[in-house]
Design a binder for this molecule. Structure first.
Ligand SMILES: Nc1ncnc2c1ncn2[C@@H]1O[C@H](COP(=O)(O)OP(=O)(O)O)[C@@H](O)[C@H]1O
Ligand SMILES: [Mg+2]
Length: 367
């Protein structure tokens, strides 16, 4: 074991709920999670991030100021984790900080994660690795999803498995059985929690539908489900990646202008089925032999999502049965990408992103 074998992964996803930091020790091809910290986004920050997701006035200055605010919060989350005393800071090799995606435009060749890694280095005293997506895009890839390589290393089993991360957006990784020569595939399959969160905010004044209490009151509106699922994103072949810039309230209203004639709880219930149908369609069309589905991300806490996924005939469980807390998977994946960067190893899977080859992902801001 080298002296500095710990990497901290810092993730803030499209849900805009907050920042997760996970410390992982990497040794002999294995990994151990040492600790976790989380800071929610203050409502004011959420509002500013929501606003900048749409084109608007004076974006460059707003982005600059937001980058500093985010970097300060990232550094605080890292410092919280270090101060838990679960490991020595001297053993931390680097922190890999994803940043907050505000534009993801693979067709135009760019992706923007707000962050100020120099400030994170300044406030934590750690080497910071940032900008983990753009190199894959420079090589012609989608720059996303980046987690499938980590899923493949941690979660491959004796039968074909799918891993689904249900954050703001949902992304699937399709893992061939151990020993198979088939490639690992993966892509963003559609909305995860983002539409559920937006609709709950609008009708209940809460940031998310805790335990699906609101959706449980409604029934699925087949007509709405069919219209939403007819969107070309769901049928477009991979590679594909998306974001809140696409799946948002405007998308809902554009596709179904009579939305206000429906009961809000029925819309919410139907949106659960949109998330589930996007996932199941992706798995069945891309890897029909899949037997097991493992869920991570906040969607794992939505009982209706889990119940409805189970009706597909697949065995549906949380990644916790594979030894990794579902809320830590994404941040742990970024810790792993940091470890790969420092060891000059590729982090992308060209079969997933369609980059022209394997690439080392990230840029270093020394302590
Ligand atoms: N108890 C719960 N019931 C329903 N949904 C939940 C619950 N806990 C978390 N979530 C959902 O999970 C989301 C956060 O998931 P997360 O994996 O952090 O997403 P992201 O990676 O986009 O930040 C919340 O916005 C919410 O929609
Ligand atoms: Mg989150």
């Amino acid at each position: 074991m080298t002296a500095k074998s710990i990497f901290i992964g810092v993730m803030s996803g499209t849900s805009l709920d907050g920042v997760d930091a996970v410390a992982c020790r990497f040794f002999d091809g294995d990994m151990q999670v040492l600790g976790h910290s989380y800071r929610p986004y203050p409502q004011t920050l959420k509002d500013k991030l929501t606003a900048i997701l749409a084109p608007g006035h004076n974006e460059i200055e707003r982005a600059g100021a937001l980058s500093l605010e985010l970097a300060t919060l990232y550094a605080q989350t890292i410092n919280d984790l270090v101060s838990e005393g679960l490991f020595s800071v001297d053993e931390v090799r680097a922190a890999a900080v994803h940043g907050q995606t505000v534009r993801h435009c693979p067709q135009a060749g760019f992706t923007v994660q707000l962050n100020n890694p120099a400030l994170v280095a300044e406030l934590t005293g750690l080497d910071v690795i940032a900008d983990l997506r753009s190199r894959d895009m420079a090589a012609g890839g989608q720059g996303a999803p980046l987690v499938p390589a980590f899923h493949a290393e941690r979660f491959t089993g004796n039968v074909e498995r799918a891993i689904v991360n249900i954050g703001g957006i949902a992304n699937v990784t399709l893992l061939p059985a151990l020993g198979s020569q088939a490639p690992v595939l993966g892509f963003d399959c559609g909305p995860g929690n983002t539409l559920l969160d937006v609709w709950t905010q609008r009708h209940c004044g809460q940031s998310f539908d805790r335990d699906a209490a609101f959706a449980q009151k409604g029934v699925v509106v087949e007509k709405l489900l069919n219209v939403l699922m007819a969107d070309e994103y769901f049928v477009r072949p991979a590679p594909k990646s998306t974001g809140r810039e696409y799946f948002n309230e405007a998308w809902l209203l554009n596709r179904f202008p009579a939305l206000s004639t429906l009961k809000p709880e029925d819309v919410q219930r139907t949106l659960v089925e949109v998330t589930v149908a996007g996932i199941i369609r992706a798995v069945k069309q891309t890897a029909p032999e899949t037997q097991e589905l493992y869920v991570c991300g906040g969607g794992v806490f939505n009982p209706l999502i889990m119940q409805s996924l189970s009706q597909s005939g697949l065995t549906v469980q949380s990644t916790s049965v594979l030894g990794l807390d579902p809320m830590l998977v994404e941040a742990a994946a970024f810790a792993w990408l940091g470890y790969r960067f420092i060891n000059k190893k590729a982090g992308n899977l060209p079969a997933v992103t369609h980059a022209s080859g394997l690439r080392i992902l990230g840029a270093l801001y020394p302590a």
